[in-house]
Ligand binder design. Structure first.
Ligand SMILES: [Zn+2]
Ligand SMILES: [Zn+2]
Length: 696
């Protein structure tokens, strides 16, 4: 006889002795309906000592589905089965359990959280014909330390009676949390035609990982929070707190799983990983908080993005509470930078090859005002993108220290070409398109060449390798490049973005380049007072032929006052030199001291195996350097998200403040990793003119 087919009926004895005098049939016994009348059923009872079919009164029975019967059969002793059945809601949830569900089980008189590894068929010798029992293979979530001791001992299979709680931590949109739990997990789903649960035979591979539940509502995938998950939860004062799960377990004296969360910020009254007298993990003081696990949900700031979602409307973007206001935020003051920016999930979150863009935006806007004027320029027709850049990226970064990938994605969508959504691009291309085509900002650079002025947004170093030393400074590269191509700045740039002589990841001309922290462009300026190379007086002419003269500091630009020019060019080897007249601003008097025009380094964008990162100088202090990587880490595999990270890099400041001679001698083998990266991978060096940047 086939008792395993779908739609078969089973029963459990619920009252007294179902049939007085019939030995062995007591409460909790489970049987199978062979035939039934209005008031009675006839069929075998799965209990030892009873052979053959028996006749039982329906009023003493409760009808079961096959799946329910199988689950209850494994509950022992049989008297306990009715208790399980009475906890209706819990039993419904137990009937729906599949792999990866989180439960609390009774194990060695303790309640422990665990993850269902499989629903197992249990075949025993004394089994009941071809009806197998069902149990659960549950892996108990232990603290790391405890787990180390217990690893070897295999856990028993758990019965439905061992499961104290089913934790449903579906996404908030799930009907399971919307008060419709009953509806979502109705008996109909369990009893429906489909009595084919997710069975896994122990010792065999999963044969049937598909769960079909008839016409019932589809089961929501439960997001699994685990150690390392970024979570958010509401504090008692209803503020949303964010952090990383560092521990999951049932703390002493509690009966459900809790999460030990290391918060993003220190919060007064929090611990360093202790709850009561017990330590569950270790972190900095005032950062550990313990929360009932089910009250945690995945950090909504970092939920994975659907690749091509429609851009949210403004009212949606504004819904995030206190950030509705559109007031501008100045760059983060030096004294507050580390508190706001240092750590994981800081800076701009990377997504789909966005690192070129994240690194560019972070470099240009986090701590520097050189380009703030573009956020307000009225020239561009693209007010929408300007607003996104200003409010959702720059202001958000300066206010909160973190910009979710979604905000950057909204900007990418508006750059005019779909390739910006997914493809890796060059930072210079992005900067030019953003400033020129999108924001219609005036070119940052006006460079004279042969009497004509050329406009651009970035400057590419062009020279021959042999023209400079093997480890050149940016100052040397820029000067040589200007000399080689006979260029002059028409005016002092407020922001000078210099591209190093390299082509992406494929080729770099110099193994290392030293980013000059200060760039003296006095001699590269058109129409500006300059010092005589010899006596320091006001120069009147410059001589390109003298640049490479080995007796006169080769490589340096040479300009002279009239007496010195005569002297230098009286040498027989220099008699054919044709110095050029310099022009001076009309207002300048030769009695005034010659001012030096200097730009300050504020960021270095680096590339390493086609990944862009950046170093940013966040204030005048020597040590005020940050390292930013928008994809420092990743959480959750293919459907996960990137974790951007910012680190303080005072060692970069120490290194760069050495004398030029010491810098030239520096050996990359003995360098700090960050310093090495700065020198070996530099792709763009960004300079600002502090006096000018605010007024453009
Ligand atoms: Zn002179
Ligand atoms: Zn000369």
């Amino acid at each position: 006889m086939d008792r395993t087919g779908p739609g078969q009926k089973y029963f459990i004895v619920t009252k007294g002795k179902a049939k007085p005098g019939k030995k062995g049939i007591s409460k909790g016994c489970i049987g199978y309906v062979e035939t039934e009348t209005k008031e009675e059923v006839i069929g075998p009872v799965f209990t030892s000592g009873v052979k053959g079919s028996v006749k039982l009164e329906k009023e003493n029975l409760h009808m079961l589905s096959k799946h329910q019967a199988q689950l209850l059969l494994f509950v022992s002793p049989s008297s306990k089965r009715l208790e399980v059945l009475q906890k209706e809601e819990l039993f419904r949830a137990i009937c729906c359990l599949v792999q990866s569900d989180v439960v609390v089980v009774q194990h060695k008189k303790e309640s422990k959280p665990g993850v269902v590894q499989g629903v197992m068929q249990i075949v025993r010798k004394e089994s009941y014909g071809d009806v197998t029992m069902l149990g659960f293979d549950v892996e108990i979530t232990e603290t790391e330390r405890k787990a180390a001791f217990k690893k070897e001992s295999a856990l028993p299979l758990f019965s439905a009676g061992d499961i104290l709680k089913v934790i449903i931590d579906s996404p908030p949109s799930s009907p399971l949390l919307a008060g419709n739990k009953q509806e979502a997990l109705t008996m109909k789903d369990v009893l429906g035609n489909n009595s084919d649960p997710n069975l896994v035979q122990r010792g065999q591979d999963s044969r049937n990982s598909q769960i079909s539940r008839g016409s019932g509502p589809p089961r929501m995938l439960r997001s699994t929070l685990e150690v390392g998950s970024m979570v958010e939860f509401k504090a008692i004062n209803l503020a949303t707190l964010y952090g990383v799960v560092r521990w999951i377990g049932v703390p002493e004296g509690k009966n459900q799983p809790w999460a030990g969360v290391e918060l993003d910020y220190e919060v007064k009254g929090c611990t360093d990983g202790k709850l009561g007298v017990h330590r569950y993990f270790t972190c900095n003081g005032n950062k550990a908080m313990f929360v009932v696990l089910k009250n945690c949900k995945p950090d909504s700031r970092f939920l994975p993005l659907p690749p091509y979602k429609e851009a949210p409307q403004y009212h949606e973007l504004q819904s995030d509470g206190s950030f509705e206001e559109d007031t501008d935020v100045p760059p983060i003051p030096e004294s507050k930078v580390l508190a706001l920016l240092e750590g994981r999930m800081k800076g701009i979150q990377g997504h789909y090859n966005s690192c070129y863009l994240d690194a560019s935006l972070f470099s240009l806007f986090s701590c520097c005002v050189a380009l703030d004027s573009v956020l307000h320029s009225s020239a561009g027709s693209e007010k929408h993108i300007q607003k996104i850049l200003r409010r959702d990226i720059v202001n958000r970064l300066r206010r909160q220290g973190f910009v979710p990938a979604e905000n950057v994605m909204n900007l990418r969508k508006l750059l005019g070409c779909d390739t910006y959504l997914t493809e890796e691009k060059d930072p210079e291309e992005f900067i030019s398109i953003l400033l020129n085509q999108v924001l219609s900002v005036d070119p940052l650079l006006k460079i004279r060449s042969n009497g004509k002025t050329q406009d651009s947004y970035t400057f590419q170093i062009i020279l021959e390798k042999e023209q400079v030393v093997s480890t050149p400074t940016v100052q040397q590269l820029l000067e040589t490049s200007f000399l080689t191509c006979d260029l002059k700045f028409q005016e002092i740039p407020s922001c000078l973005i210099i591209q190093m002589p390299r082509f992406g990841k494929k080729y770099k001309m110099f193994p290392q380049i030293i980013p000059s922290t200060e760039l003296d462009i006095t001699d590269l300026l058109h129409n500006t007072p300059r010092e005589c190379f010899v006596c320091g007086g006001l120069a009147a002419v410059e001589c390109y032929a003298c640049v490479s003269d080995r007796r006169l500091m080769p490589g340096r630009i040479k300009q002279y006052c009239r007496p010195c020019e005569k002297q230098v060019h009286s040498h027989r080897l220099r008699r054919d030199h044709r110095p050029r007249e310099l022009t001076l601003p009309h207002s300048f008097s030769s009695a005034d001291p010659v001012p030096r025009q200097k730009l300050e380094l504020f960021a270095v964008l680096c590339i390493e195996t086609s990944h862009y990162v950046s170093f940013v100088k966040y204030g005048p202090g020597k040590h005020s350097w940050l390292f930013f990587d928008s994809m420092a880490d990743r959480c959750g595999g293919e459907n996960g998200y990137n974790i951007p990270e910012i680190r303080a890099c005072p060692q970069v400041g120490d290194f760069l403040s050495q004398s030029e001679d010491d810098l030239a001698k520096a050996d990359p083998c003995n360098m700090d990793e960050s310093v090495k990266r700065l020198l070996c991978d530099s792709y763009m060096c960004m300079y600002q003119c502090p006096a000018l940047s605010l007024y453009r």
